[in-house]
Write a protein that binds this ligand. Sequence first.
Ligand SMILES: *[C@@H]1O[C@H](CO)[C@@H](O)[C@H](O)[C@H]1NC(C)=O
Ligand SMILES: *[C@@H]1O[C@H](CO)[C@@H](O)[C@H](O)[C@H]1NC(C)=O
Ligand SMILES: *[C@@H]1O[C@H](CO)[C@@H](O)[C@H](O)[C@H]1NC(C)=O
Length: 391
Amino acid sequence: MKTAVLLLLSLLGLVSATNPIPQYVIDLDVDPEHRYDTIFDVGPQFNDTVWSFYNQLAGDGPLLNVLYKISDKRGDYNEEQQGEINGLARLSKLPVEFVQSIQMLYELQTIMVPIVNFTGTAADHPAVSELLDLDQDYEHLLRIPWRGPGCTGIIALNSDDGSVSHARNLDFSPVDVMGNLVYEGIFTKGGQEVFRSQMIAGYTMVITAYKAGQDGYALERNTRYGDHTGSYKEMVQNLWAGRDLNGWSLRKILESTSTFDDALEQISTVPYTSTEYAILSGVKKGKILARNPDNVAHTQTLGENEDGDDYIIITNFDFFWKDVREWFDPTGGKGAFHPRRVYAQKVLDAADVLTTDVLWEAINNEGTFADTIFQAIINVEQGLWNISQPF
Ligand SMILES: *[C@@H]1O[C@H](CO)[C@@H](O)[C@H](O)[C@H]1NC(C)=O
Ligand SMILES: *[C@@H]1O[C@H](CO)[C@@H](O)[C@H](O)[C@H]1NC(C)=O
Ligand SMILES: *[C@@H]1O[C@H](CO)[C@@H](O)[C@H](O)[C@H]1NC(C)=O
């Protein structure tokens, strides 16, 4: 067993030698303000990249003002997270308000309804009309330059060996910014790894995470849009109220739970700030939760698929409720009216056994691949955490 694990680790070493993702230890025993002190040693490009992102945003004064306005209203983060933010601001010499504001990026991009049927004025936009009710300036949020849709998550059972694997595409534009900020954070306590996560430099929260162990788990976050009128308002009001951001709550769950079931229980009940999917795989288990801020809207369970399939899948839309927005999403390689999910399913449905190779093919097929900046193939039972960035 031990030899197998070592063999896998060396295989992973080989993989990271060909597709290097910078790795950085985030030592939780260190004072939060100093946890990122040497981050620019592993990613010298991080500083220039976040500065160019800042300059791009600062070029749009009204938008930056709105971000600061929301951030001010929200106030300081919890002490630990605020400490990390202050440390990052000190190192990069970026304004603290800016570093504070970009922490909200996952929540704020749930506003970006990707229906390209936006013909009227900002006030006619279904999300914006809700936001304008809160504050007239919020129409500038429509110009947020980052976008999340394009993600794909698949959890599948291999009928040959009975193990469960997990495949993930992370899509985040602008690609030249987000792609250059990806790194792997190894979170440690007492010199031991607590969990690891794919991170974006400057953003203090987890995005694709892995908790090793006999009953460990892997967690992927995907953007989910509001499912009812009023959901954008709810999200902003949660930001105002200073609720912990989704990614922070998940980071804390990774820190404090070691089993799939405990993590599932907490991810199902912890308050979220915005809608989001949680894609959770474990040893012979898998769940996809469609979260609303205060509840779980829908659950997909591996093995209980109505169609009898050996997999569960999600991109960024409630396809199980026939969310029409999926069909207008232009991010897949075949453009609008060709949902990324459908193309991944073609690959999965054509395979006899859902091996990691099949999953890899599914997330890389032309119709599914989007503005992908990070990919993972994970199998918790086999200790496989194979991460890479497409070039
Ligand atoms: C990051 O870039 C800014 C602006 O160029 C500079 O002032 C700061 O010292 C840089 N920080 C690091 C750690 O290189
Ligand atoms: C697009 O917008 C037009 C005009 O507002 C509307 O009539 C039409 O139903 C919309 N189409 C979709 C798919 O929402
Ligand atoms: C890891 O993923 C790469 C694709 O990036 C694949 O070529 C390789 O075979 C995988 N390695 C393992 C151990 O699964």
